[in-house]
Write a protein that binds this ligand. Structure first.
Ligand SMILES: Cc1cc2nc3c(=O)[nH]c(=O)nc-3n(C[C@H](O)[C@H](O)[C@H](O)COP(=O)(O)O)c2cc1C
Length: 222
């Protein structure tokens, strides 16, 4: 506890200055925690513009991400940050992996990897790192990794950024995996954090009735 009575561990979730990028729509409305959750919208990484979070903001985002629910406290996930000045190295990894997977890759495909490696904003590679042969099933550990990814995105939103989570062939390439993961680990996604370059549009959301229903006990309990 701070001497003046303020609990220094509790930081405001919503940046008070409104940020340098005023909202262009009601999506990602940061006026309250609930409104942000209710209007959250991510973006395609290729449509993000920089700058990404500062070093302090990134530390805060990753600290929040690491507060994911985690059965057994196994921390079955890791965050690998890729610096802006490492994007050429990332491209080299992707180009080598692409040629390995598809020696006939067209110039357009190769260009796509160049673009991907140089998307604007910050890049975090979310790695699933389950503990094998543990009483906590790997499935639960993978769920925890997904929760960490969601926490990471929400933290970025709360700081006024727009994140984008993508996978694609790179996620499943052994060569790319080896560039980010140790044995037994796999890539859960590439999460870019920047600002939307255009007004975001809402996407269809499932009707609650389609994804939620009251439980009716089956015949086995009657
Ligand atoms: C595990 C995972 C993988 C994803 N992979 C891709 C992808 O390869 N390409 C893509 O455009 N979006 C991908 N997305 C992003 C979703 O499509 C994205 O969340 C959605 O389009 C935006 O919806 P939102 O506003 O609810 O976040 C992925 C999301 C998750 C959780």
């Amino acid at each position: 506890m701070h001497p003046n009575g303020v609990n220094t561990l509790v930081k405001p979730i919503v940046a008070m200055d409104g940020g340098r990028y005023p909202p262009t729509s009601m999506l990602n409305d940061r006026s309250s925690l609930l409104s942000l959750l209710e209007t959250r919208r991510s973006a395609k990484p290729r449509e993000l513009v920089g700058p990404g979070p500062s070093a302090d903001e990134m530390e805060r985002i990753l600290t929040i991400a690491a507060r994911a629910p985690d059965h057994g406290q196994l921390t079955p996930w890791r965050f690998v940050t890729v610096r802006d000045d490492q994007r050429d190295d990332l491209e080299a990894v992707l180009q080598r992996a692409l040629l390995n997977d598809d020696p006939e890759a067209s110039p357009a495909k190769r260009e796509k990897e160049r673009d991907f490696a140089h998307y604007q904003g910050a890049l975090i590679v979310l790695v699933s790192s389950p503990v094998a042969d543990h009483k906590i099933p790997v499935w639960e550990q993978q769920l925890s990794c997904g929760a960490a990814g969601m926490n990471l995105m929400l933290a970025a939103h709360a700081l006024g950024y727009v994140p984008g989570w993508v996978t694609g062939w790179r996620t499943y390439s052994d060569q790319v995996r080896r560039a980010f993961c140790g044995p037994g680990e796999r890539i859960a996604g590439f999460i870019f954090i920047g600002h939307a370059s255009r007004d975001l549009e809402e996407r269809p959301r499932p009707a609650l009735g389609a994804v939620s229903r009251p439980w009716r006990p089956g015949p086995e309990v009657q």
